[in-house]
Design a protein around this ligand. Structure first.
Ligand SMILES: [Zn+2]
Length: 100
């Protein structure tokens, strides 16, 4: 491996290490992954900023998966009287008392 190739490998490895918090947040589908990326980019060079954003990436709430949202939407129906969403199996609207 030439000196030039070693330098290229080092730069790529350093970039991956620097952006590790953003990659963790992306992998965890974290809700605040955009903010994690920006703070990682701007403050990642400071030890405190890097540790803060890494902790945030590891502990932040994950965004709900699309299939979970679809399953939730499929298990609901809209009341024709008050337009609130109620469970699909419900026989009576819990908001207005409309019977299905
Ligand atoms: Zn209703």
């Amino acid at each position: 491996m030439s000196e030039h190739e070693r330098s290229a490998v080092f730069v790529v490895a350093a970039a991956i290490a620097y952006l590790l918090p953003s990659l963790v947040a992306l992998g965890r589908r974290q809700c605040s992954r955009d903010a994690v990326f920006v703070i990682n980019l701007v403050l990642g060079w400071t030890v405190i900023g890097y540790l803060f954003v890494l902790a945030w990436a590891l502990t932040g709430e994950a965004a709900p998966r699309r299939r979970d949202l679809l399953a939730t939407a499929a298990s609901l129906k809209t009341c024709p009287r008050c337009a609130e969403d109620v469970k699909a199996a419900a026989h009576m609207c819990r908001y207005c008392g409309h019977e299905f």
